[in-house]
Design a protein around this ligand. Structure first.
Ligand code: PLP
Ligand code: ZN
Length: 403
């Protein structure tokens, strides 16, 4: 019911071929379904619990999936922050509430299931952290070995802890993420290991369900969907999925896809703002938001289409703006996210201040990963606990209460 297709030359490949880019032209692949032949109804979906697998008819997995019950994450109405920004319809979809604390789990439940379905014996990825944490957990659940390459010294503590604890072989590369990805791509192609970075079109199939859930939870298509962008896999996946819903006749329009990057790592923003034909890599990406510290977005070509076809946009935010929004989400909404995740909401704040978006829009910001992923960045921003002697007097004194 599906095949692989090149987004550039249109060449088609059998679903079982172990390829990550088009053998003819080198461009990205996508999973094409014969949507006319797929028997699916909104009513049938609505009877199932909200999760990645609610939408299984338009996912590539035909075996019982390797699952940790991913998806079904909360959609919060940001009443307080929205009021401050003058946006009455501002929402956050908290992807940090997935099994390993990021949206990568949606990709990995499908990706690792496909590894098993395709008969692959081991899996690998390069990662800024969350991909490795997620792959390690799903490989453990699937019972296959995993290798993860991380840029040495540049991965948040919680993510390394997860990759190690779930039993992956964790390798720290003295180089940045982009170099680690080159190395792991080479390794996988030469040694028959299944590559689960977001260049893998099957992994992105899982991630497209963020958009499906957002539509189901909102009860309508949001006017704008906002995502932090690193490799640009997620924004591309969500766009692709919503296009499929449109083709199926389940929705009648698409949200304006909006990508947010960090000021020190913004090649996609430059391509959009400069109307460039392709994304020009940034050689030395730098940002406190390590999950989006990526200079050469692998899915740049797909993301440009997603943004341009929907009348969306891209914008960048500074590290200060990212951290301020991380604190605001935590302290005004009770939503704990890692820095990269706060970028989506920080980006909306900036766009509305610059008058680039309409205040009446219904906006869903995807907040991508959990607060506990990066405790060091949290501790650096917050005053330390107030230590006192173990007496009532000392306690009352720091609370400015009298006895
Ligand atoms: C992976 C990741 C991103 C970036 O997603 P891309 O698909 O690479 O654009 C953003 N935030 C967090 C927390 C992530 O883990
Ligand atoms: Zn091609």
């Amino acid at each position: 019911m599906y095949h692989l297709a090149c987004i550039h030359c249109g060449a088609e490949y059998a679903p079982g071929e172990i390829i990550y880019t088009c053998p003819k032209c080198g461009h990205l692949l996508t999973v094409d379904y014969d949507l006319d032949a797929i028997n699916v109804s909104r009513e049938a979906w609505n009877r199932r619990p909200i999760s990645v697998w609610r939408y299984r008819e338009i996912l590539p997995v035909t075996i019982p999936p390797v699952t940790l019950q991913e998806g079904g994450t909360p959609l919060y109405h940001l009443e307080r922050l929205g009021a401050e920004m003058g946006l009455p319809h501002l929402y956050a979809k908290h992807e940090g509430m997935n099994p390993t604390g990021s949206f990568k789990d949606r990709g990995m439940t499908v990706g690792v299931s496909m590894a098993v379905q395709l008969g692959m014996k081991s899996v690998a990825c390069a990662s800024t952290g969350n991909t490795s944490a997620s792959l390690a957990a799903y490989a453990a659940k699937g019972g296959i070995p995993a290798v993860v390459l991380l840029p040495a010294g540049k991965v948040a503590l919680g993510k390394v802890a997860q990759a190690l604890m779930h039993g992956a072989k964790v390798i720290a590369v003295r180089g940045n993420f982009d170099r680690s990805l080159e190395m792991v791509r080479d390794l996988c192609l030469k040694h028959g290991i299944y590559l689960l970075n977001s260049v893998n079109p099957y992994r992105l199939e899982g991630q497209k369900t963020i958009g499906f859930e957002a539509v189901d939870q909102l009860g309508d298509v949001p006017d704008r969907l906002v995502l932090p962008v690193g490799n640009a896999g997620n924004i591309s996946a969500v766009y692709k999925g919503l296009r499929e819903l449109e083709t199926l006749g389940f929705i009648d329009r698409l949200p304006m896809m909006t990508g947010i990057q960090a000021a020190g790592s913004q090649p996609l923003v430059q391509a959009i703002q400069g109307s460039l034909p392709a994304v020009v890599p940034e050689a030395n990406p730098e940002t406190v938001a390590t999950a989006i510290r990526i200079g050469a977005p692998v899915n740049g070509e797909k993301a440009l289409i997603a943004i341009r076809e929907t009348g969306g946009t891209a914008a960048s935010v500074t590290d200060e703006e990212i951290l301020a929004m991380q604190r605001d989400l935590a302290q005004k909404e009770g939503i704990g996210v890692e820095p990269a995740s706060a970028a989506s909401v920080a980006g909306i704040k900036k766009l509305v201040e610059e008058g680039r978006i309409d205040r009446d829009e219904r906006i869903v910001c995807v907040v991508t990963g959990h607060l506990l992923k990066d405790p060091e960045t949290v501790i650096r921003q917050c005053p330390p606990p107030i230590e006192i002697d173990a007496t009532e007097q000392a306690l009352l004194s720091v609370l400015h209460l009298s006895s």
